[in-house]
Design a protein. Structure first.
Length: 85
C-alpha cells in the first residue's frame, strides 16, 4: 500500500495516485499525518462490492434456514419499525 500526502497530491496531481495504484493496487491519501482516503482501481472496488453482496446473501440464507424472518404486509412492517424509532 502506498501512502500519498495531500501535499504530494496538490504538487503532483493525479499522476502520483496513478503511479501508486499501478504499482501497489491502492493508495492511501493522508491529511495532516492521518490516513483519510483509500483509492482503488475500479476493478478492485467492484470485486470488493461483489464480495459484500455475496456475504450479505449468505447471511440472508442462514437467517432463512434458522427461521429468523417475519412475513408481514408493508403496513405491518412500517408499524413494527415505528415502535423502535
Amino acid at each position: 500500500m502506498k501512502y500519498v500526502t495531500a501535499n504530494e497530491l496538490k504538487r503532483n496531481g493525479i499522476s502520483v495516485v496513478n503511479e501508486a495504484v499501478a504499482e501497489y493496487g491502492e493508495a492511501v491519501i493522508s491529511v495532516r499525518g492521518k490516513s483519510k482516503y483509500v483509492i482503488l482501481d475500479t476493478e478492485t472496488y467492484n470485486h470488493l462490492r461483489e464480495c459484500e453482496i455475496l456475504a450479505a446473501a449468505a447471511e440472508v440464507q442462514e437467517d432463512i434456514k434458522a427461521g429468523r424472518y417475519v412475513v408481514e404486509t408493508a403496513e405491518e412492517h412500517i408499524a413494527r419499525i415505528r415502535k423502535y424509532a
